[in-house]
Design a protein. Sequence first.
Lengths: 415, 307
Amino acid sequence: MEQYEPERLTPAQVAAMRRSFRNGRASLSRRSLLRASAGGALAVGGLGALSACGIPAAGKTQGGVSAEDHSAKEKTINFSNWTEYMDVDDSEKHHPTLDAFTKRTGIKVKYTEDINDNVEFFGKIKPQLAAGQDTGRDIIVVTDWLAARLIRFGWVQKLDASNLPHAYTNLSQQFRDTDWDPGRAYSYPWQGISTVIAYNKKALDGVEVKSVSDLLDNPKLKGRVGFLSEMRDSIGMTLLDMGKDPAKFTDDDFDAAIARLQKAVDKGQIRRFTGNDYTSDLTKGDLAACVAWAGDVVQLKADSPDVDFIIPDSGYLTSTDNMLIPNKARHKTNAERLMDYYYEPEPAAELAAYINYVCPVDGVKPYLAKIDKDAANNPLIIPDKAMAAKSHAFRSLTQKEETAYEEKFAKLTGA
Amino acid sequence: MAAVTEAPPLAPQPAEKPPRKRGRLVPYWLLLPGILWLIVFFALPMIYQASTSVQTGSLEQGFKVTWHFQTYWDALADYWPQFLRSVLYAGAATILCLVLGYPLAYLIAFRAGRWRNLIMILVIAPFFTSFLIRTLAWKTILADGGPVVGALNSLHVLDVTNWLGFTSGDRVLATPLAVVCGLTYNFLPFMILPLYTSLERIDGRLHEAAGDLYAAPFTTFRKVTFPLSMPGVVSGTLLTFIPASGDYVNADLLGSTDTRMVGNVIQTQFLRILDYPTAAALSFILMAAILIMVTLYIRKSGTEDLV
């Protein structure tokens, strides 16, 4: 900066210019930066004394606060769901089952795919729900444990059974009893999720994988095994492998499962704990075998023939993604009608044919067979008796357990 | 230059009328939007976070301010390895960025000629895609069976890095090396741009003068070019180091259990364990650590200007 001093300026002007560069308010110098940051730190320290009053208890908004139901006047629903969890037509712009619903009832559905991750979504809706405000959503779809938490906090509304006749009759036996929502008073499953073991035939190169033990112990798979970053899936599958029931395990069982996984982590057997991104690792063969969600595997199989799955003899874990109506939702009745609609076998079959997860609706098979014969016979979509017998659920946890377990699991995965 | 120092002092002229009140306030009015912005998006969140960090409780029972400073010690005692790792990874990435970025910035500033704009666009172009996608691309580049890893294996490079503990087995992904590579790649433009601006500003005649005084090219670089580019080096390293040390995406996607950085810990504490005080305390410790390191660094590097 300083070396450029055009000759046509008078000496006084040059001096003024230099002063302004060096000492002027505009000059960003080392010293001014230090001063500013020190000042900022002091100011924050001082103001910190005005301690804000904390975060109010979550449970204070009591069980299912309903707003005035605008369903009759406003023929709309705001539906928040996960990405790629709804049928789309060839133009990828329309959702045939939703369009059929609108045609029949006149209720417009504003469908938003804004859920990517349970924990993140909870972070997103928590402020409004904790403050007892409308989230702007009439139906949300979240996994069991988060649904359980929302019910426990009283942040979702009790459903009106008279609006849900199909749901009541057609819900599969397998999903009827949950310990966190007895009698399905607050929630109905959108889809079921099976946690199984997936593998890449080419990457396995003849190594046999039949159980979680094989994943954890076979030295030939060192560094090429994946587990899920969802605590319940990884621990649940390990518990099953150890002969424990994830529906009723103790603290000691949990610790034993953590220790078993920790040993594999220390050996370098487990490459990563992944979210949904294991799918690309598996198709590329970076992961030879991993704990995986069956719905993903069905879709992966279509594109890469090397990928397949097995169900361990010790069983597999089933969870559900559940439809819930948050507190203060404006269109509760409309939302219940939509929930009920997806429990009619025909739309349920259309949905199941598209998204390949476990269909929670009874009587879907003949309709599904008309659309896609293979899907109708796939036990991962419509579980047969043998399949259903191997299915296990992870029990619901108290707040205290949840915190302690998540903390231990976080330590296992590197914090 | 003597004339400059002897310039007549700008003595205050008492005869002049005092400036009108409104005029004096104008700078403050102009500052107002900036100050409001700082209050709303910086000061208030900081206060809120400071308050959160000394609260105790749970989401179910609610959190109350109990001035529980112990949280800070507990967080530090539990997670110091992740802190240390963040500093090491970010430091390594910063050095790599400097080593890679300096020659490129030099080339663009002095040698590129009419290619200058094209190369600049190439440096900035990756920003047109999302951070996540750019990071995921590295999973394809460094795939276990891929050509890069294959070449490194046949050259026995991975044996060396393996011995040094940077990689494990015959793979690069899910190792510290992959995370540092990802960080380096993602923050390289933040190094190149300030370096370029400060190199570009150097008067070419100074190089000629150095040559006239019989300085070898390397001496010219060491005694003239590099010292004059120090502001760029300082701001480039800061712009790289600070975001890199708080990054969690690279460690999450390219790393494994033994490469988790403090950003990952904060994310887990905040979203999964719902331990907001610990998450807030960790953030403050990270902020303080960066502030101290940056202060020491700026003092040491001895530059007056930051751009």
